[in-house]
Design a protein around this ligand. Structure first.
Ligand SMILES: *Cc1c(COP(=O)(O)O)cnc(C)c1O
Length: 467
């Protein structure tokens, strides 16, 4: 019997996790360091601290299994939006013809945050540490605008100025996100801009250049190095961001247990830089590595237009286009990658979080990819029965969830499928309009383009024997 009155699993503000789960000590092969782009050697601590807040640099390489969440930060999470709800997707189950308790679908709802996604989880943490360290300005890039809004919100709470370089394609497609950032006192520039050397290289050739996350990162890093009271911050990819996001997976575990699920079968999340998927699945990965959840299948979903893990190579690459940000070992399509303007703006990064790349190489997690039209179709199918219109990024996870549920139905299997609902799509309505108007087309990144980008003579070669 379906228990309707226990289908939205809520926790109390006092249940906000007290620690973050640090997966670094558990990784089957050691984590690779951040490399200084100037000399190809591991970035010294002082150098990393000139770029990022110091506490984040410490967390980036921490060997502690669990890292305490500062009390002040837990108070803010608790008094604003955490813990977020876990929903049983009863409407979607009915829609797919799987009512009953044989196949269950749950989703963790990170769209419940003030800015509509999981991004404030780390934005608040980074702004908190920056304010404690006397930093007065945080500078960043944003693709779809979710990270820029999350950070503007976080910075404003802690009295820090926030400057955002927004990929021009999104700047034009999503004026709403820009207004939201400005509402939190954020300063927003279209990237490539005239204000940095990295931006000018592209801007002078073409003032309407659509931009890319790689270029916007170069601009933000360059800008942050102008003053010693400003820092660059990132909304994804690096270890400390995934660490901050592990509150999502920890809450999910408690909520599933409350719903009577001790062992989920499939965990799904969309992957851009890997932070929402990472934060959602890392607490379960630890259980998998410790033999408590040996059979759980963990699947990250990418767009076919930007398949860093599914089609890229695992190798050293620059984090940005202008080669100013640290070099990372990760799955990459090459730092020269300029994405086609597909709508899932947050999934258009050329690389992938080193933690995700490591877990994938070690076959702890899997990856798959979908076309944007089937993804948007799945999003609308979800919205019609569950109510919330998903962000196009999130919709990748929904498409895979639907496929998995239908496969289980066909094979007459018993399954619990849980996905991370990373954010809502109320600022992404243009993507839905394009779909409805029949203007959305599928785009698959040609293998030859990937091959060319990765054979770029400027791909870094790092001597691994030095560490
Ligand atoms: C930023 C964003 C993503 C992609 O980034 P990850 O670091 O891979 O999570 C996905 N969904 C939403 C709603 C986002 O805002």
């Amino acid at each position: 019997m379906v228990d309707y009155f226990n289908s939205r699993i809520l926790l109390q503000p006092s249940d906000v996790p007290k620690e973050w789960v640090n997966i670094l000590p558990d990784l089957p092969t050691p984590m690779t360091p951040l490399i200084n782009p100037m000399d190809g050697k591991p970035a010294p601590f002082e150098m990393a601290c000139a770029i990022f807040p110091k506490e984040c640099v410490l967390q980036q390489v921490s060997e502690e299994l669990n890292i305490p969440i500062p009390k002040k930060l837990r108070e803010i999470y608790a008094s604003t939006y955490r813990p977020s709800p876990l929903h049983r997707a009863l409407g979607l189950e009915k829609e797919l013809g799987i009512e009953g308790d044989k196949i269950k679908i749950f989703y963790k709802n990170e769209s419940f945050s003030p800015t509509g996604s999981h991004k404030p989880n780390t934005a608040l943490a980074q702004a908190y540490y920056a304010s404690k360290e006397g930093v007065d300005t945080l500078i960043t890039e944003t693709g779809a605008g979710q990270w820029g809004s999350g950070l503007s919100y976080g910075c404003n709470l802690f009295g820090i100025k926030c400057i955002v370089y927004m990929v021009r394609a999104s700047f034009l497609q999503k004026p709403g996100r820009k207004i939201l950032m400005m509402s939190y006192n954020g300063e927003v520039y279209a990237s490539p801009s005239r204000f940095t050397d990295a931006g000018k290289m592209f801007y002078d050739k073409n003032p309407e250049h659509p931009g890319s996350l790689g270029i916007a990162i170069s601009e933000a890093v360059e800008h942050s190095l102008r003053s010693n009271t400003s820092r660059y911050v990132l909304g994804s990819v690096v270890n400390f961001v995934l660490l901050h996001q592990t509150i999502v997976g920890q809450e999910t575990k408690i909520q599933l247990a409350k719903a009577g699920v001790e062992k989920p079968d499939v965990l799904i999340g969309c992957m851009g830089g890997g932070s929402n998927f990472g934060g959602f699945m890392i607490p379960f990965v630890r259980d998998k590595l410790y033999g408590k959840l040996p059979d759980v299948e963990i699947i990250g979903v990418e767009p076919r237009a930007c398949p860093s893990v599914c089609k890229g190579e695992y190798r050293w690459d620059y984090g940005d286009t202008a080669k100013k940000a640290p070099i990372l070992k990760m799955h990459t399509l090459g730092h020269t990658f300029i994405p086609s303007p597909i709508h899932a703006g947050g999934l258009r990064y050329h690389g992938m979080a080193p933690i995700i790349s490591n877990l994938y190489q070690n076959k702890i997690i899997k990856a798959t990819m979908h076309h944007q039209t089937e993804v948007i179709k799945a999003a609308l199918q979800f919205a019609r029965v569950e109510g919330i219109l998903p962000a196009p990024e999130t919709a990748h996870a929904i498409k895979e969830t639907i496929d998995q549920a239908l496969k289980a139905k066909e094979n007459n299997e018993k399954k619990v499928i849980v996905f991370n609902f990373s954010g809502h799509g109320y600022f992404d309505l243009l993507a839905y309009k394009e779909f409805m108007d029949g203007n959305l087309i599928d785009y698959e990144l040609p293998s030859i383009d990937i091959k060319n980008a990765l054979s770029d003579p400027e791909m870094p070669i790092i001597d691994e024997s030095q560490f």
